[in-house]
Design a protein around this ligand. Structure first.
Ligand code: PLP
Length: 435
């Protein structure tokens, strides 16, 4: 082990890691070990983890049910590339076909969500013979040039020249309706607007729509229940396919269902996954219907894609999620968390503008002086609560275009007492808010 302390680590990070790689907190936490939802930093401080490495550690840190099979796999076979079929890969591919909705059947494995989305777009373009894409404002797709271009958050776009042929539709963001309407009298105009978007800004024949069932980086934006049915009807009318990005919402995260889109009663043509699939081992998955998958005939490979270690970790993670009925736990614990956040909102109506989410994907959008009704974004109060929670030993996430949303997403194994503990800390943190 090392004798470096936190200051040494931060100094080396500053000197040798790209400065744009953002760290959370004014004084970044240098995490060293963890078990379940408990993390320990290099100075021995402990934290309750309610962000899970960005909704990724699905069943908690260092769980032997995943680490056991993973260690066994490393000792048996570590790497071969996608040029060789392996047992863990075919097991995982079959499992994916079983647990994903509708006719989704054939998977391509990569090493990240970005690559999963890139692969999905290529499949859609080859299948439809069209290149034009619709994405949603406030959506996030990753860090490659194409993924940045699909992403509708200027702070996450570093390259001035973006990929052409992508149109961004208004997000189904009811708290800040981009069309200044109110649900349900709006008639879900953000969905019907897709038709005009396609007819006025594309050739009228599109490759597809890529969208998250609940927008993650955007700040856990939950669409109206009819949105996806209406949107996909329009997309398919103009020749497009629906690429459902389940990178954040997959694997029980949204409660009661394995995948977020299942809440909205729509079957995707292509689905992408990453994050929570393998409890932290790098893995991207793109699954498509046989017709779409078989249309793609060019050679393709991913050196690290679906490596035996990530595949073994994914098989084990999904087995635990299914066997332990963790999607149901996510629903029950999510309801407890939500009720606690709403109680807190009732105490701080000026600052906690919107509490939203599904399952263990819950968010609070902070605003200034809410009773005035102008819903002014408040990144300052968000940061205050974020830092105060960390000082008291609770780690949560941040998000939203304006950095004014707290994202709260513990492992699916979270218990009622851990939820109570987190809510108590959030209560203390919110007590710091100006009156
Ligand atoms: C919805 C969504 N899609 C894609 C990505 C990209 O995944 P990765 O960071 O693994 O490349 C992310 C990452 O946050 C995401 O939230």
């Amino acid at each position: 082990m090392t004798d470096m302390n936190r200051k040494d680590v931060l100094a080396k990070h500053k000197d040798y890691v790209l400065g744009a790689v953002a760290n959370y907190y004014k004084e970044p936490v240098v995490l060293e070990s963890g078990k379940g939802l408990r993390l320990t930093d290099i100075d021995g401080n402990t934290y309750l983890d309610f962000f899970g490495g960005i909704l990724t550690v699905s069943i908690g840190q260092c769980d032997e049910r995943v680490n056991g099979p993973l260690k066994a796999q490393i000792d048996r076979l570590g790497h071969v590339s996608t040029l060789y079929p392996t047992l863990p890969i075919v097991e995982l591919a079959e499992r994916m076909a079983r647990i994903t909705p509708g006719k989704l059947q054939k998977s391509m494995f990569t090493a990240s969500g970005t690559e999963a989305d890139e692969t999905a777009v290529a499949l859609a373009q080859v299948y439809t013979g069209s290149t034009e894409l619709i994405a949603l404002r406030h959506g996030y797709s990753g860090r490659s040039l194409l993924a940045q271009s699909l992403t509708a958050h200027s702070p996450w776009r570093s390259v001035p020249t973006q990929v052409a042929g992508i149109k961004h539709a208004p997000a189904p963001y009811c708290y800040r309706c981009p069309l200044k309407l109110t649900y349900p009298t709006c008639g879900v105009a953000c969905a019907t607007d897709l038709e005009e978007l396609i007819r006025t800004t594309t050739t009228g024949k599109i490759a597809g729509l890529i969208a998250e069932p609940i927008q993650g980086v955007g700040g856990f934006i939950v669409p109206p229940p009819e949105y996806f049915q209406m949107a996909t009807d329009i997309i398919r009318k103009y020749g497009g396919v629906f690429i459902c990005d389940e990178v954040q919402t997959g694997f029980g995260r949204t409660g009661g269902k394995m995948f977020g889109i299942e809440h909205w009663g729509v079957e995707p043509d292509i689905m992408t996954m990453a994050k929570g699939v393998a409890n932290g081992m790098p893995l991207g998955v793109t699954i498509a219907t046989p017709e779409i998958a078989d249309a793609f005939q060019a050679l393709t490979l991913s050196t690290f894609g679906g490596n035996p270690m990530s595949a073994a970790a994914a098989n084990a993670t999904i087995e635990v999620i299914e066997n332990e009925k963790l999607a149901d736990n996510s629903e029950a614990m999510g309801a407890l968390l939500r009720a606690g956040l709403e109680e807190l909102q009732a105490k701080h109506p000026k600052h906690m503008g919107d509490v939203r989410g599904k399952g263990l994907m819950q968010a609070v959008e902070f605003v200034d002086n809410e009773p005035a009704g102008d819903r002014t974004h408040s990144p300052t109060t968000t940061a205050l609560v974020f830092e105060a929670a960390k000082e008291r030993g609770l780690l949560v996430g941040k998000g939203g275009l304006n950095g004014n949303v707290l994202r709260i997403s513990p492992a699916l194994t979270v218990t009622a007492s851990e939820i109570e503990e987190a809510l108590a800390i959030l209560g203390e943190a919110c007590a710091q808010l100006p009156t």
